[in-house]
Write a protein that binds this ligand. Structure first.
Ligand code: G3P
Ligand code: CA
Length: 243
């Protein structure tokens, strides 16, 4: 059965990368969540997609220039203000504390392609080990040096390269860096490639799958997982197909 991961939480219906969005993923029966992490000025691992707070909050500035205290004052509900109050940027620790109450998987995307946050990998791995989430977390990144660094720090934690340009036999590349899975943009992941990769023992979790027909296609070939902004829709489709 294909798993369903709620992208940035249920980002299609709730403010992305907030506890509200992650809890919505849980409510609708998603198997996992995907989230993005950056590092604050005082070295806290915070959950936010962009390097700045400008797009998703009522504040301005780079995460690297703001302390956690300053970040926590911001409203991350933004355009959803009408029905949500006090929506904050969570820390990874806060997400992990909530994960203690369920069995969901967490795909942590290291957003260190633009800003090389010092020791981001070490901090994330220390947290995973503190919570004993080695089997419930997958670390992905477009920065493949970073995920290889993670593997070297702790080979028990799954790593997955993210990519959006076509790769030839990506499962061979994945195996060469000890990645058990790949996270391609769906545009460069035709069915045959997904099937061949899974046959080679490398799981495939394409992003971002919001279209019903594409969901059905991926569920039909038993794709390892899909990453979607609309987990409720995906779960309903999966149930309707009895897969
Ligand atoms: O992890 C899949 C996807 O989240 C990668 O792209 O920009 O949504 O973080 P982005
Ligand atoms: Ca992401």
């Amino acid at each position: 059965m294909s798993l369903v991961f709620a992208h940035r939480g249920s980002a299609g219906t709730h403010p992305e990368n907030t506890m509200e969005a992650f809890k919505e993923g849980e409510r609708v029966g998603a198997d996992g969540i995907e989230l993005d992490v950056q590092l604050s000025k005082d070295g806290e691992v915070v959950v936010i997609h962009d390097e700045t707070v400008d797009r998703t909050t009522n504040g301005k500035g780079f995460i690297k220039d703001l302390t956690l205290k300053e970040i926590r004052k911001l409203d991350a509900g933004n355009k959803y203000k009408k029905f949500l109050k006090k929506t904050r940027i969570p820390t990874l620790r806060e997400v992990f504390e909530w994960m203690m109450t369920n069995e969901m998987i967490c795909n942590i995307e290291l957003k260190n392609g633009v800003i090389p946050y010092p020791r981001l990998e070490e901090k994330v791995i220390e947290l995973i080990n503190e919570f004993s989430f080695q089997n419930r977390t997958i670390i992905s990144s477009f920065n493949h040096y970073s995920i290889v660094h993670c593997y070297r720090l702790d080979p028990d934690i799954e790593i997955a390269p993210l990519y959006s340009n076509g790769l030839f036999m990506p499962w061979v590349y994945a195996q060469s860096i000890h990645a058990e899975s790949i996270h391609p943009n769906i545009k460069v992941a035709p069915d045959a490639l997904i099937i061949d990769s899974m046959k080679a023992g490398v799981a495939v979790r394409p992003y971002t799958i919001n279209n019903e027909a594409v969901m059905k296609r991926l569920f039909t070939i038993n794709c390892s997982a899909i990453i979607t902004d609309f987990p409720e829709k995906a779960i309903k489709i999966r149930e309707s197909m009895s897969i």
